[in-house]
Design a protein around this ligand. Structure first.
Ligand code: NAP
Length: 555
């Protein structure tokens, strides 16, 4: 199977890096080890290094970028607007960087992150092709020992887990898939060189955000494209377009205002104060249509009750289904593409360019797996209970072991040898999403229990890193060696996160937010649904009260 660095999927080849002290010393080798060199890891390095700490970033990939390093599939693009999906920590960076489109493509975001790495000379403290395989807490010295690539160790007082919420791709567990003779790709581990599908028969499994982006691009090349859809998804048009210098200049002139607002609400959208049934049917439809024409996920903010009132949600869901029926010419294909059985927004809403239009192409066929599930894959194609599809290549847009996957893939052992896997066997437990008891000095960035993927994740990342840096400063200034969440604070937080989710419609779909896409994963709604500003205040309050809810110790 092909993957990002041309190696077999799920068995990344790693090579020794340089300059990492081996284990054996009782003195921590670094103040902080950061795991991951995506948006979070780069900022963690910048912030902590500027404060005078010795920092090493370990990154499994060969370069910076995180998800934007791995997700090189055709059509990959962020669906948060470029001007928002960027760092705010440097006014100079903010002003000098020019985005070319309303929504930045993967190559442009990767160029941006490379620019950040170069501009702030970050690479010298990043060790690439370095997978952290284990992190063991050492109670005698109050720090962490990390095993790198299975053949080296290093030590640190603190670990910052910037390993990403969507960094562990999942291949479908379909009988016979290993026997497929053609190439198999996963959107999340795409080869670096362009893949040419011209004139060949391609299958795509999965119709989430990645599938919805890759499908129109592959359809334009392949002689035949077969889309295997298990659950139809709500998708709204992006209305992507070049970003004019005037728009950019106007935005940059008051960037600080936009940033301040994003820090409170997570993302700058036009949020309505009205409820769905406060207005007439005509007004309602006009508002949906206005937002639909504008493009982007903003549609979901048409009325403030969309994610809390099922009847309000039903109305907007009907609006989207009507748009699908109006776009897709073949009526049975249109019906199969209409999402049913779960509220709009309870699975991550997708943002597309020509997704539904693609099904009007003569070379595209939709296979509804709800009616005819896949029975097996063999050398030549995919068999469903309804027929057989000969294929030359297969694209799996089948998602991730999200939010907890990257953390639990590392053998993390805290106090008394307890593993994080054991501790989180019934679902993630932590306080503020930032720390978990029994694992001192290990900070988690935009993981479960924080707003993470429900807000603009860059806003969340900057907040977390700044909170973590302030916390480490506090500990050092006060001669405190360790910090971890108390069991009481953790219990309260987990309950609060669950209760908040249960007041909304979010848990009503089998989403990756709930862990429902991974067999055996505890079914717990992981992100914190409350407004970002509220979350920010809770984190600030804990810090202002001397890190209330955290146990401070000597080791
Ligand atoms: P995803 O949303 O989890 O979608 C995976 C798709 O694969 C689903 O349609 C799923 O069907 C299907 N699938 C999984 N296993 C299958 C199997 N064995 N047989 C048939 N179908 C199977 O993953 P994703 O599309 O990679 O997106 C993940 C997240 O990444 C997004 O929600 C978003 O947060 C982020 N993302 C963002 C962008 C963007 O900014 N535009 C782009 C890509 C990704 P079921 O629904 O039935 O499980």
């Amino acid at each position: 199977m092909e993957s990002g660095d041309g190696t077999a999927l799920n068995s990344q080849k790693v090579e020794d890096g340089v300059g990492v002290p081996s284990g054996g010393s009782s003195v921590p080798a670094f103040d902080v080890i950061v795991i991951g060199a995506g948006f979070a890891g780069l900022y963690a390095l910048k912030r902590l290094r500027d404060l005078g700490y010795s920092v090493l970033v370990c990154e499994a990939g060969s370069d910076v970028g995180g998800v934007w390093y791995w997700n090189r599939y055709p059509g990959a693009r962020c669906d948060v607007e470029s001007l928002q999906y960027s760092y705010s920590f440097s006014k100079e960076l903010e002003q000098e960087w020019e985005w070319s489109e309303r929504y930045a493509s993967q190559p442009e975001i990767l160029r941006y992150l490379n620019h950040v790495a170069d501009r702030f000379e970050l690479r010298r403290d990043i060790r690439f092709q370095t997978r952290v395989e284990s992190a063991i807490y050492d109670e005698s010295h109050g720090g962490w020992t990390l095993s790198l690539n299975g053949n080296q160790t290093t030590k640190a007082s603190f670990c910052v887990m910037a390993s990403g919420g969507l960094s562990v791709p999942r291949l479908p567990d379909i009988p016979g898939i290993d026997h497929f003779a053609g190439k198999i790709y996963h959107t999340g581990q795409w080869p670096h060189e362009p893949v040419d599908f011209t004139g060949i028969r391609v299958g795509v499994i999965g119709t989430g955000s990645s599938g919805i982006q890759v499908i129109p691009k592959v359809a334009a090349q392949a002689s035949k494209l077969v889309v295997f859809q298990r659950t139809a998804n709500f998708s709204v048009p992006a209305r992507n377009a070049p970003l004019s210098p005037e728009v950019q200049r106007a935005w940059k002139a008051i960037y600080h205002e936009y940033r301040a607002r994003a820090r409170q609400v997570g993302t700058i959208y036009e949020v309505s104060e009205k409820r769905t049934f406060d207005v007439t049917e005509e007004e309602r439809q006009r508002e949906y249509q206005r937002r639909w024409d504008k493009g982007g996920v903003n549609v979901i903010q048409s009325f403030r009750d969309v994610m809390v009132d099922k009847s309000a949600n039903d109305v907007i869901a009907d609006f989207v289904r009507a748009r699908i029926r109006a776009t897709v010419k073949d009526t049975s294909t249109a019906e199969a593409l209409c999402p049913v059985g779960y509220p709009l927004g309870a699975k991550r809403i997708c943002v597309d360019t020509d997704y539904f239009e693609t099904y009007n192409r003569p070379n595209v066929e939709l296979v509804d797996l709800k009616k005819n599930p896949i029975s097996r894959v063999d050398a030549n194609g995919v068999a469903t209970t309804g027929g057989y599809h000969e294929l030359d290549a297969l694209i799996c847009a089948t998602g991730y072991d999200a939010l907890t996957g990257a953390l639990l893939n590392i053998d993390i052992r805290g106090r008394g040898g307890m593993t994080l896997r054991q501790k989180w066997s019934q679902g993630p437990r932590n306080y503020l999403g930032l720390m978990t008891g029994g694992f001192p000095n290990m900070f988690i960035v935009t993981g479960p229990g924080s707003p993470s993927v429900l807000a603009n994740v860059v806003v969340g990342i900057e907040h977390h890193i700044e909170w973590i840096a302030d916390c480490i400063n506090f500990l050092r200034a006060n001669g405190v060696r360790t910090i971890e969440a108390t069991p009481q604070a953790e219990d309260r937080w987990v309950e609060h996160v669950n209760k908040a989710a249960n007041k909304t419609l979010f848990p009503l779909a089998n989403s990756w937010w709930l862990g429902a896409n991974v067999p055996g994963k505890p079914r717990v709604f992981m992100p914190y649904v409350v407004k970002f500003g509220h979350y920010r205040r809770e984190c600030q309050q804990a810090a202002d009260n001397g890190y209330e809810g955290f146990a401070l110790g000597a080791n």
